[in-house]
Ligand binder design. Sequence first.
Ligand code: NAP
Length: 487
Amino acid sequence: MPRTPSICHLIQWPEQSEASDTYSVIDPAHLKPVASVPDMDTPDVKQAISLAHTAQKHWARKTARERATVLHKWYQLCMHNQSDLAKIMTIECGKPLAESMGEVAYGSSFLRWFAEEASRAYGDVIPENAKGRRLLAIKQPVGVVAAITPWNFPNAMIARKVAPAIAAGCSIIVKPSAETPLSALAMAYLGEEAGLPPGVFNVVTASKGSAKRIGNEMTENALVRKITFTGSTAVGKLLSKQAASTMKKVSMELGGNAPFIVFDDADIDAAVTGCIASKFRNTGQTCVCANRVFVHSKIYDTFAAKLSAKIREMEVGHGLEPGNQFGPLITSDAFDKVVRHVEDAVGKGAKVLLGGKPHGLGGNFYEPTVLTGVTNEMLLAREETFGPVAGLIRFETESEVTKAANDTPFGLAAYFYTKDAGRIFRLSEALEYGIVGVNEGIVSTEVAPFGGIKESGLGREGSKYGMDDYMEIKYICIGGIKETLDA
Ligand code: NAP
């Protein structure tokens, strides 16, 4: 299949209009505007909801196979345009190009997966509870879905919602992060090429500061039947409260505070590799990032030395330059948070083994950092740091580390490295998290359920469970059936 003629035409480099109804998208590495996009507000959202409402009725009447065909084509177009989509992503969110390529493949995998799942949204025939009755449970699309997504995975966080919604027969309006609207627009362009009818997938771009008003409209408009959100726990709680006013179905993929535990019987080199993947991917800006690295005291110094040595070899710089494995932090606020967390830790007795200061490149670049002597009382163990800082906490026993790992309101992802089979089962069950990686630092895949417990959220994305969040179960009771033949 030929590549779609440059989808990059959506973006005109470098600056465009400064009109009041557009805003600039900033490349976080160069801190320069790279494009301008429409700055929409409540009236645009209202209009998008109304269009989506009309479109949904028609879309839901298509057969599952017809919906699947469009999703398959969309998947193929995304993969044929993988490198363009990846470049757009790197420019707007700063992640290294290889990671952006990986994210496009990951995001697109949801389009393929839910194309396949569309035909399997089975209901049930239920054994009747009384003579003359037949009982059925059927699944139907919830209707119009509103989605709000973050900047750290500008493609995949949208694909994980849009694919099951569209497969189920819903229409969807997405408000991407103000920082990363371009990936969303590029996906919409390819969706249209794939044959999505107008109004089925809608993107509302808006500058920082409009999100609250857009969120209000999305949660309070009665035509919207479901709100799905990925982002911080604070905003998730707010949206959940607002959505209660019209009793919408709600999915929340929220923040984490992942423990990464290395036992003394672990393969230390594998644990170092897993820790780098889990902690430092996207420069430490992922929801499933290891946030607290617990290391058994017997191997603490060896692990710290090996981790620092490996990270020292990795390059920092603009994501489009080949070979760079660390990009910038997304904004100056994100940068300031990392500075605050490191200062707090050092002030409370942590030692800097590597990094510990802003990077010489300036701007939002911070040096990949390893701290030892970290304790559970420090800010970086209590809150998501969302930056390239690994704080190593020493532990002695399985019970002590399990208690410490669970001592957080969050419950998204947890990781541990051990060779003890009994411990693998014991700890997997004892950790209060929605996702557990055992001897693996990266576990996300479209075939498995992704989601958190406690204050990390509600609902699951991906897997055979993922479409349920976009469907209602309707019970049909048919009575008056004569039970005798020829009656
Ligand atoms: P955020 O500040 O909560 O923003 C996420 C989205 O919500 C953005 O589109 C933002 O718009 C919008 N928003 C902000 N305030 C809002 C309001 N009052 N009403 C409605 N919408 C509002 O989160 P972020 O900083 O972009 O992303 C990082 C967070 O997301 C971290 O906590 C991370 O753990 C979490 N996350 C979770 C998952 C998961 O699957 N569990 C995945 C990725 C990220 P603006 O951009 O315009 O502010």
